[in-house]
Design a protein around this ligand. Structure first.
Ligand SMILES: Nc1ncnc2c1ncn2[C@@H]1O[C@H](COP(=O)(O)OP(=O)(O)OP(=O)(O)O)[C@@H](O)[C@H]1O
Ligand SMILES: [Mg+2]
Length: 278
């Protein structure tokens, strides 16, 4: 299958670290961007509709669960269509990397159980095989992109590499690289801000009994500009970092505490603390 034409005014999403990329995969449709908005094509049914409906409900419902959840997600900007792919619906989302000069990005998938209740035994087996240590940590790393302030080079680490690292390498091959841990201007405050964000997400999960999340991620983004300039580092660091929940193609109705997701949040906090405590 040839790559479909790029819809007018769009380009492949430039700061993408995981997931289906434009021009690759079975459908060749992937994430796009247009005027600072991320366009995510709906995946094959029922996954795409599930994600779109989740965003629609979260951004229209006036109940407490939805009001509390909204700030934890990229702002949903409705559906988007183009004449060039009339049969494709896109989910339009705030691009959370947009406001940063040197956006360093980590996609961490939360929960050891990444296959949903409808998964076939074969799918369950494939999901388990994707990461050997996620059963222990409660999370896995999908991809990262980082700016090195010393040589001004970008480094990306993709899911194929991260899938094969050992649990003992989560810091050396993953988190320490993402946080520029070995750089002279490493800023532990960025890690602390992310821990605070995770705790905020956890508060929401402690209250809600409505959904179970499988294969959903948190996208962590910070601006490496803070490592370049000591005046920035001394200033309010919170404007240099952001973290939001993304990827809701496998969110299911529930009635219980989401142990799988909450255990993953606890695992992430533990590992982020290790970055600071080294
Ligand atoms: N709102 C956003 N702002 C900025 N970047 C985003 C946003 N949403 C997604 N991305 C980027 O796109 C990537 C893929 O997103 P997402 O996980 O939603 O897609 P997917 O195709 O469903 O992935 P998967 O293969 O995990 O199902 C993320 O890893 C991230 O780099
Ligand atoms: Mg994803």
């Amino acid at each position: 299958m040839d790559t479909p034409p790029l819809p007018l005014g769009t380009q492949p999403l430039s700061n993408q670290v995981g997931g289906h990329a434009f021009g690759r995969g079975k459908t060749k449709l992937g994430m796009l961007e247009k005027d600072g908005v991320v366009l995510k094509p709906l995946q094959t049914p029922p996954r795409g509709e599930r994600e779109l409906n989740f965003y629609k409900e979260a951004f229209s419902c006036e109940q407490k669960w939805a009001l509390d959840l909204r700030p934890l997600l990229p702002t949903f900007q409705g559906e988007w269509h183009t004449d060039q792919h009339p049969d494709v619906t896109y989910c339009a989302l705030e691009n959370i990397t947009q406001r940063f000069r040197f956006p360093c990005i980590l996609d961490a998938k939360v929960g050891a159980m990444t296959s949903d209740p409808l998964a076939t035994p074969e799918k369950i087996r494939r999901e388990k095989a994707k990461c050997r240590w996620k059963a222990k940590t409660g999370f896995s790393l999908i991809g990262l992109k980082v700016f090195n302030p010393t040589n001004s080079e970008w480094k990306t680490v993709n899911s194929h590499y991260l899938r094969h690292i050992d649990e003992s390498e989560i810091l050396s091959q993953g988190l320490n690289i993402f946080f520029n841990r070995n750089h002279a201007n490493f800023n532990p405050r960025i890690v602390e801000i992310f821990i605070e964000k995770i705790k905020r997400i956890q508060l929401w999960f402690e209250e809600q009994r409505k959904f179970a999340f499988y294969s959903s991620s948190i996208l962590f983004v910070y601006d490496a500009a803070i490592l370049l300039n000591s005046a920035d580092a001394a200033a309010d660091c919170s404007q240099f970092a952001d973290a939001r929940m993304i990827d809701f193609a496998h969110v299911f109705p529930s009635g219980e505490r989401d142990e799988n997701y909450i255990t993953g949040l606890e695992g992430l906090v533990q590992y982020f603390r290790k970055v600071i405590d080294l």
